[in-house]
Write a protein that binds this ligand. Structure first.
Ligand code: UDP
Length: 238
């Protein structure tokens, strides 16, 4: 869609698991660097970039609470995991010569900037990649919701949700050979059919603010840039 080529500011959301490569846990630096290069190629187009990275490669609150941990404590641990991932991405991007800021929803001034909306907007105007860490700062939320929240606050034109597959399918394309990819799908269908793009609160927040979600494959080299140039396959939730 050539309309994508007009985007000036976008949010890239990736899961923590995207950073772990073939390992079953944690961070794989070559994988982080590969994703950083995808971001670099979009940065070179002059597009302003926000990022939210999950924490599931290190810790998920629900997992902890299933093992008897208090839910809110477990969620704070999950939020801290996202800070580690954000720092890893910052390091990889700065290694490529891109200026970045890690902006945390939980204050930890020695490690990251506190979230101040106007300040973050200014960073974007100066073409710094803003990596929003620690989710929303609240338990019972996910980083999908954090990405949607920050995308709205930063007036992003779309959320790019990088996944393992090139869009949203009517059933799991890994398990079903006859699964069909949607070019576009409505927020309400995503919710009603439980298509698993993002959690329900994130979808509702995007819907209520008319923020399109572009689901694409992060494994496709040049995929992120391609979509912003008006090419490629993906699903647009709108
Ligand atoms: N989390 C939270 N509030 C937020 C964002 C995240 O409590 O606003 C916690 C929650 O426990 C979650 C964990 O951080 O399980 C990691 O985030 P998420 O599961 O979204 O990571 P992803 O699945 O994208 O890797």
């Amino acid at each position: 869609d050539p309309a994508n080529a007009t985007f000036k500011r976008v949010m890239l959301k990736i899961s923590g698991e995207a950073l772990m490569g073939d390992a079953g846990f944690g961070l794989n630096p070559p994988t982080v660097e590969r994703i950083a290069r995808e971001v670099q190629s979009v940065h070179e187009m002059g597009v302003e970039i926000c990022m939210v990275i999950g924490g599931g490669n290190i810790f998920r609150g629900l997992q902890g609470s299933a093992q008897g941990m208090e839910r809110t404590t477990a969620d704070y641990m999950g939020m801290l995991a996202t800070v580690m991932n954000a720092l890893a991405m910052q390091s990889a991007l700065e290694g490529l010569g891109i200026h970045t800021r890690v902006i945390s929803a939980i204050t930890m001034n020695e490690v990251a900037e506190p979230y101040i909306r106007r300040r973050a907007v200014r960073h974007l105007e100066k073409k710094r990649v803003c990596i929003f860490a620690a989710g929303t700062g609240n338990p019972y939320f996910t980083t999908d919701t954090a990405a949607t929240l920050r995308a709205n606050e930063m007036s992003c034109e779309a959320i790019f949700k990088g996944t393992k597959v090139d869009g949203v399918y009517d059933k799991d394309p890994v398990k079903h050979a006859d699964a069909v990819r949607y070019d576009t799908v409505s927020y309400d269908d995503v919710l009603a059919k439980r298509l698993g793009v993002m959690d329900a609160s994130a979808i509702a927040l995007a819907r209520d603010n008319n923020l399109p979600i572009i689901v694409f494959s992060l494994d496709e080299p040049g995929g992120f840039r391609g979509i912003l140039a008006g090419e490629g396959t993906y699903t647009r939730v709108q």
